[in-house]
Design a protein around this ligand. Structure first.
Ligand SMILES: Cc1ncc(COP(=O)(O)O)c(C=O)c1O
Length: 379
């Protein structure tokens, strides 16, 4: 049974994207797609299974609860947790055999106690601060921190990572180069101290696609696994600096049904705040989707949806659970017809990027904010 609104995810598109990443990174590098934030809104379990089938090696989540959902769904592939795991949740992280990003001695101390008690090894990856100033160990502390980790028998220092701050928002890559140099400096400081860490990684989608030298031993692409360019700047950089046939396949198609159609005379107000007044006899469609579902209120008066391959503009404000659309020029539209909010419909399409422009934000935010409760169907 379909819901009032649902998201159709193209498995074919997801598979093509992952296979392209595999092609550019080669067979030996670890391919770790990020499936955090409900797989960028595309559905955590469905995407994770599809990515693994398509040849991904690891999965990157943000939090322990996401790792738990994956393990409960039967996934036993390596799971790398990119975000913070609090002290009182570390026991479960050991139990679920997760790989953790680390930058606090307190966490290491607790992990040492837990791994000893459980008689189990745990893999950790040091996050180095190179200029993003989020999570990470400062350069001056890196050797001391690594030695501290190495002093515990059951904690394996498997990886070292960093994350770029300014690689997708610009075609000027000097800051990314500066961060890459700092990352390599951290690696060489550790090597000089006799500490060789097997898995070095720092590449998100933009870095993986544009800068082969950032790929090291593992890559962590997110947005592009779902078929989106991180930004138009990244696309321009790719075309100008790399050139090739790397093409992305968007997987996200958000749909709803028409709940009612009625004829409204000219001169009537529509919706809260009476912000829109009809200028003609209007065939008005009522669609049961609103800002609770993730259809941003900022789209009021700016967006259109697609019905029978034609554009139908929004009228009035986006409500919590309803939007109103003008079907005057789509006389064949009927109750329960499908409406496309994002995706293709006939010869027309609404891209996530178009939607993001209407909402005055970036493409990342659009699918991740489509309510998790809305079913994701894999076609
Ligand atoms: C640490 C880390 N690695 C990788 C990614 C993936 O980035 P992108 O979606 O730009 O590929 C993210 C995303 O925010 C991240 O925080």
């Amino acid at each position: 049974m379909k819901e009032l609104t649902w998201v159709e995810i193209s498995r074919e598109a997801l598979i093509k994207n992952i296979r392209q990443f595999r092609e550019i990174v080669g067979p030996d590098r670890i391919l770790c797609p990020c499936v955090k934030a409900n797989a960028y809104g595309h559905g955590l379990v469905g995407c994770s299974k599809t990515f693994l089938e398509a040849g991904a090696d690891w999965l990157g989540v943000n939090a322990l609860y996401e790792a738990r959902v994956l393990r409960d769904s039967g996934i036993d592939a390596p799971i790398y947790i990119l975000g913070y795991v609090p002290l009182d949740s570390l026991e479960e992280a050991v139990e679920l055999n997760c790989r953790l990003v680390v930058y606090n001695k307190k966490i290491i101390e607790k992990l040492a106690e837990l791994t000893e008690k459980a008689g189990k090894m745990l893999n950790v990856h040091i996050k180095v601060e190179t200029g993003n100033n989020r999570q990470g160990v400062l350069m001056d502390d890196i050797v001391d921190f690594a030695k501290y980790i190495k002093s515990f028998e059951k904690i394996e220092l498997e990886g070292i990572a960093t994350h770029f701050a300014n690689i997708e928002d610009t075609t000027d890559h000097s800051y990314a180069e500066h961060q890459l140099n700092k990352f390599m400096k951290a690696v060489s400081l550790l090597e000089s101290a006799g500490i060789n860490i097997p898995i070095k990684h720092c590449s998100n989608s933009a870095a993986t696609i544009i800068f082969p030298e950032t790929r090291f031993d593992m890559v962590r692409p997110g947005i592009s696994c779902y078929g989106m360019w991180p930004s138009s700047e990244t696309y321009v950089s790719y075309v100008k600096e790399v050139g090739g046939d790397f093409s992305l396949h968007p997987a996200f198609n958000w749909k709803a049904k028409i709940a009612q159609i009625k004829s409204i005379p000219s001169g009537e107000y529509i919706g809260y705040g009476c912000t829109y007044k009809t200028t003609h006899q209007t065939r008005l469609g009522i669609i049961p989707v609103g800002y609770y579902d993730g259809y941003d209120r900022g789209l009021s008066g700016r967006a259109h949806v697609l019905v029978n391959g034609k554009r139908a503009p929004l009228r009035g404000r986006v409500c919590m659970n309803i939007i109103m659309i003008d079907l005057t020029d789509i006389p064949e539209a009927e109750i329960e017809n499908d409406v496309t909010l994002i995706g293709k419909n006939g010869d027309e399409k609404i891209t996530v990027e178009q939607f993001a422009e209407w909402a005055d934000t970036i493409n990342y935010e659009i699918p991740t904010r489509v309510n998790e409760r809305i079913p994701r169907m894999y076609l």
